[in-house]
Design a protein around this ligand. Sequence first.
Ligand SMILES: C[S@@+](CC[C@H](N)C(=O)[O-])C[C@H]1O[C@@H](n2cnc3c(N)ncnc32)[C@H](O)[C@@H]1O
Length: 268
Amino acid sequence: MKAPVVQVVLRVGRMHLRRGPRGSAPPDAWPGGRVRCLPMSGVPADLEPTRRAAWDRFARRDALFHADPNTGDEAEFLAAGRRNVARVMEWLGEDAPRGRMLEIGCGPARTAEAFAAFFERVDGVDVSPEMLRRARARPLPPNLVLTATSGADLEPFDDGAFDFVFSHLVFQHIDEEAVVASYLREVARVLAPEGLALLQFDTRPPSRLAAALSALPDPLLPRSRRRHMRRHRRDPARLRALARAAELEPMRERGGAGPEHWFFLRRS
Ligand SMILES: C[S@@+](CC[C@H](N)C(=O)[O-])C[C@H]1O[C@@H](n2cnc3c(N)ncnc32)[C@H](O)[C@@H]1O
């Protein structure tokens, strides 16, 4: 079985340095060694290296815990990924897209791997190359390609490249609205005209306790409450407005005002 390729997208200041040409050509077809400079997405320059360093550290310490604190050993972790995907495929029903899909923040790729049984090709992206390395430690399906990206955009991918874009347990960890807004614009860009996005956010009402805990220094907090791992609650009305501003139309929702609020979005 052929191992998927990890492309590394580096960011220096406000520019990207990326190996290989832009576009949807399979990364394993890229000639090595070419480096190009590309403009960035309007997100402050110091945000993403900090986020990458944090998630790389989490991945080295305990990737599975940081990907999902509720699952135990690897077998259980992968089984939870398969269950999540079975649930999503059931939601999508008979008309589920089957072509090319993208998972944003795939981490150790438990769901991306399970999606590969349903889609022709799956691209999993993550801000943390270490998380992707953790995924590659096990044999993965040949139609799964893992790419380390900037943490704020989907620059390696062509406009209209995907029939389905998915993200779970990722946006809840991003506290800067500018990054969420940038991703929504990027999702609109990379979706095919009839494509569908399914994105999860935490939309529980604000909590004074959570806000007070966030003000404490990390060493005083349990791992799941520390910076980057803690969950950020968002107002669903604001998310709908951000989606519309990004030219995505909210079609349907599940699990509203809860920790797993799912938004089904199409290009408007
Ligand atoms: C809690 S884990 C969830 C992983 C995976 N979605 C799952 O359900 O197993 C969050 C993942 O999102 C990644 N991540 C965090 N911020 C990101 C960002 N701005 N862009 C892309 N990936 C990000 C982290 O590196 C980590 O792998």
